[in-house]
Design a protein around this ligand. Structure first.
Ligand SMILES: Nc1ncnc2c1ncn2[C@@H]1O[C@H](COP(=O)(O)OP(=O)(O)O)[C@@H](O)[C@H]1O
Ligand code: SF4
Ligand SMILES: [Mg+2]
Length: 371
C-alpha cells in the first residue's frame, strides 16, 4: 500500500454562530463531548473527519448542499473564510504534518498556561511556513466561484504566476513561459488571456484560467470544489473532461467535491459520502454505488434518475444545520427508514465495513439497494 499523499485525521471545524451558541447554552450544552471547550460563540460544525488520498487517485467527496464538504476540505488546507476555524485535527502532506493540532481553547491566565501557549505558537509558525510552501508548490485549488477567486485589478497572467514567483528561483521570463504554456493546455488563447483582467472572462474561461493557475505549479494534488457550478451544461462537460485529462496526463491526485453522483461515477476511484458534517461512508466508487452500506448512501443513489424508473426516491426531510446536528445520536435518525432504538443511544463513528468504512449501527444487518 503506497503512503497517502494527503491525510486528514480527526478534523474538527467550528463556526462562529452566536444564535446556535446561545441555543446550546440555554439547553445546557456547554462542553462539547469531542474536544476542548470552545470560546463562546463558536460551535462545532465538522466533527472527526478523517480521510486519506493516495498518489494519482481521484477521491470524491459527495453530499447534499450544506453537508460540510467545503468546510472539511478547505479546513484541512487552511483556506477557511472568516467565521470558520479548525478546532482540532492533524493534516499530513506526503507523510509530513502541515497543519497543527490547533486548539480554540480559551486562553487561561496562569503563567504556566501562557508558557505552553508561547511554545504552541512557535510550533504553529514553523508548521505555517511549511504549509505555505506546500500550498504554493504542491497543491492546486479550483474554487466553486472561479470569477470571485481572482483579484479584479490585476491581469490573469501575473496572478497565475504569483506562486512560482514566491516559492521558486525561476526568472520572470521562465514564469511567463510556464503561464503561457498552461493557458494553452487549458485551451485558452494564450496571449490575449494572459493580459486579460478577470472581468473580461466568461465563467467558463475563468474556471479554465484557474485550472491553468493550478497547473503552473505542477502540483501533486489538485483540489476541485464543485468547479462546474453555475456553468452551462455543454461548458461544464468540456471543463470536466479537461480536468480529467489533465489529472491523468499529470498523474496528479485529486480531491473532487460535488453534489452530483454522475460526476463521481465518471471521474472518481473512491468516494466519501458526507452527512451532517461527518463522513458516513467511504469506499471504492463501484462498491459504494452497487452495494451501499449506509442508508443515506442508499437514499442518495435512489434519487438518481434512471432509465425505466419514472419516479425519483428523494430522501424525505431536510439537511440539518451543521451547528444543530446532535452528538448524542445518529444524525440521520429523523430521516432514516431503518432507525431503531440503538440509533438514539450514541452517534456512530466510521468502522471498517464489507469494503471501505461505514458509520451506521445497523449496516451489517441491512440489505441496501444500490444501482
Ligand atoms: N465561514 C463560515 N462562517 C460561518 N458558517 C459557515 C461558514 N462556512 C460554512 N458555514 C456553515 O456551514 C454550512 C455548511 O458548509 P459547507 O461546508 O459550505 O457545505 P457544503 O460545501 O457541503 O455545501 C453552511 O451552510 C453554513 O451554515
Ligand atoms: S445508525 Fe440507525 S439511524 Fe443511523 S443510519 Fe444507521 S440505521 Fe439509520
Ligand atoms: Mg461547498
Amino acid at each position: 500500500m503506497p503512503q497517502p499523499i494527503f491525510e486528514v485525521e480527526n478534523l474538527g471545524v467550528a463556526v462562529n454562530d452566536l444564535d446556535a451558541a446561545r441555543r446550546r447554552s440555554q439547553q445546557g450544552v456547554m462542553v462539547e463531548p469531542y474536544g476542548p471547550a470552545l470560546p463562546f460563540g463558536w460551535v462545532d460544525a465538522i466533527l472527526d473527519v478523517s480521510f486519506s488520498v493516495f498518489p494519482g487517485e481521484v477521491f470524491a467527496i459527495v453530499g447534499e448542499s450544506g453537508s460540510g464538504k467545503t468546510l472539511s476540505v478547505m479546513g484541512s488546507l487552511g483556506l477557511l473564510s472568516p467565521g470558520a476555524k479548525v478546532s482540532r485535527g492533524t493534516v499530513r502532506f506526503d507523510g509530513q504534518q502541515i497543519r497543527p493540532t490547533r486548539s480554540l481553547e480559551r486562553q487561561r491566565s496562569s503563567r504556566w498556561r501562557r508558557k505552553v501557549r508561547k511554545r504552541e505558537r512557535f510550533l504553529e509558525e514553523l508548521l505555517d511556513d511549511e504549509w505555505r510552501h506546500i500550498m504554493g508548490t504542491e497543491v492546486g485549488v479550483l474554487f466553486q466561484n472561479a470569477l470571485g477567486g481572482w483579484n479584479p485589478v490585476e491581469i490573469i497572467g501575473a496572478q497565475a504566476g504569483e506562486s512560482l514567483d514566491e516559492h521558486t528561483e525561476l526568472t520572470i521570463t521562465e514564469i511567463q513561459d510556464r503561464v503561457l504554456d498552461a493557458l494553452g493546455e487549458v485551451q485558452l488563447p494564450k496571449q490575449s488571456k494572459y493580459l486579460s483582467f478577470p472581468n473580461e472572462l466568461s465563467r467558463g474561461q475563468a474556471q479554465r484560467a484557474m485550472l491553468a493557475a493550478a497547473l503552473v505549479k505542477a502540483p501533486r494534488l489538485l483540489v476541485a470544489d464543485e468547479p462546474l457550478t453555475g456553468l452551462d451544461a455543454g461548458v461544464a462537460a468540456a471543463i470536466l473532461k479537461l480536468i480529467r485529462d489533465m489529472q491523468v496526463k499529470r498523474k496528479m491526485a485529486m480531491i473532487f467535491i460535488t453534489h452530483d453522483l454522475a460526476q463521481v461515477a465518471s471521474l472518481a476511484d473512491r468516494v466519501a459520502i458526507m452527512y451532517g458534517g461527518r463522513i458516513v461512508e467511504v469506499g471504492p466508487v463501484d462498491e459504494v454505488f452497487h452495494h451501499p452500506q449506509h442508508p443515506y448512501a442508499e437514499g442518495l443513489l435512489g434519487a438518481l434518475p434512471r432509465p425505466g424508473v419514472d419516479r425519483l426516491r428523494p430522501i424525505a426531510g431536510d439537511v440539518p444545520k451543521l451547528t444543530e446536528v446532535p452528538t448524542s445520536e445518529c444524525p440521520l435518525v429523523p430521516r432514516c427508514d431503518y432507525a431503531a432504538a440503538i440509533c438514539s443511544e450514541a452517534s456512530p463513528g466510521l468502522v471498517p465495513g464489507r469494503s471501505g468504512e461505514v458509520a451506521c449501527f445497523r449496516s451489517e444487518e441491512l440489505e441496501l439497494r444500490g444501482i
